[in-house]
Design a binder for this molecule. Structure first.
Ligand SMILES: [Zn+2]
Length: 86
């Protein structure tokens, strides 16, 4: 229904501020989302910058990147150890 970073549903249409777009069943006001834009997924999220290791990423991308790095390290490690064995 909404392709936005966040949606707040507040009160009834009659309580909407003057600058909102009014529809028969709702009034909509579009504001910039709070937070920073994540470098990886481009979502604006207040969680961007919370991870000191990945200050330009949101929390879910920081998690994914950490997991990806872990598996990369495993591959590098296994390659190195197999070379050492030979
Ligand atoms: Zn992200």
């Amino acid at each position: 229904m909404f392709i936005v970073s966040s949606v707040d549903i507040q009160g009834g249409p009659n309580e909407a501020p003057e600058e909102s777009d009014r529809y028969p069943e709702a009034a909509v006001i579009v504001k910039h989302a709070e937070g920073e834009k994540c470098e990886r997924c481009w979502e604006i999220s207040p969680t961007v910058g919370q991870d000191p290791d990945h200050p330009t990423l949101c929390d879910s991308c920081a998690d994914i990147v950490k997991k990806t790095l872990c598996s990369c390290r495993k591959i590098i490690f296994s390659t190195l150890s197999s070379k050492t064995v030979k």
